[in-house]
Design a protein around this ligand. Structure first.
Ligand SMILES: [Zn+2]
Length: 230
């Protein structure tokens, strides 16, 4: 697999091919976490700076060469070689790349996570204290994050595919009582403990055991009343 340092000589060779007599500028190649195959090239203070999607890290050398040629040709306003252009396009449209792009987009793009540290409450701290109080410290901590939006429709959910608990930012306020956040997180932690089961065709999200354990939360009534007033 090619890494960023391997890309520089390829760019230098393609530069030489395009501009045989011009002095060789320093070339810097960086990978960025793009959700698409975005690439960027620019000339800054005599340095060629290239940003490539990390999706290209595993690309075959012929494709990297094609990209280097296309970017440099654009930068210096030279005609783009048809063979290179075709090679790159084929790669970009190939099923595996398309799929990989989609997967990464699914994981990075769709969800706007803002991390466990809110303005007033830290979800990891709340999780750890609930884990100790109600689960004997036995639950593995998933990703915890406040939602990007102040959503009142989705107050919290556990996303098993990404092993992530998302809590609505509406609870990250000084006016939000601690027990409300605790209840919300406690409910999602019960989802961790009681995975969805199937009874015939029916998915059972909140099983009898789940509901019984939810009743054990000391300020259940107060928490539900607070949520109702939101
Ligand atoms: Zn639930």
């Amino acid at each position: 697999m090619l890494v960023a340092a391997d890309f520089v000589p390829i760019f230098e060779q393609e530069y030489r091919a395009l501009r045989p007599r011009a002095p060789m500028p320093p070339i810097v190649v960086r990978f960025r976490r793009y959700t698409s195959l975005n690439t960027r090239i620019r000339l800054r203070e005599g340095q060629i700076q290239v940003s490539l999607s990390d999706l290209l890290e595993g690309a075959p050398e012929s494709v990297v060469r094609a990209i280097a040629h296309i970017l440099l040709a654009k930068l210096y306003k030279k005609p783009v070689d048809a063979v290179h252009n075709l090679r790159y396009k084929r790669f970009a449209y190939s099923a595996s790349v398309t799929r990989q792009t989609e997967l990464i987009r699914g994981a990075r793009g769709n969800k706007r996570f803002s991390g466990p540290e809110g303005r007033f409450h830290h979800l990891e701290e709340v999780f750890d204290s609930l884990n100790a109080r109600f689960f004997g410290g036995l639950l593995g901590r998933p990703e915890l994050t406040w939602s990007g939006q102040f959503s009142k429709r989705s107050l919290g959910h556990y996303d098993a595919a990404h092993n992530t608990i998302v809590v609505s930012r509406v609870f990250d306020r000084p006016s939000s009582p601690r027990y409300a956040i605790e209840y919300l997180l406690y409910h999602e932690m019960l989802h961790l403990k009681h995975p969805v089961t199937r009874r015939g065709l029916r998915r059972c999200v909140h099983s009898r055991e789940f509901k019984a354990e939810e009743q054990l939360f000391p300020q259940l009534k107060e928490a539900l009343a607070f949520i109702k007033r939101l």
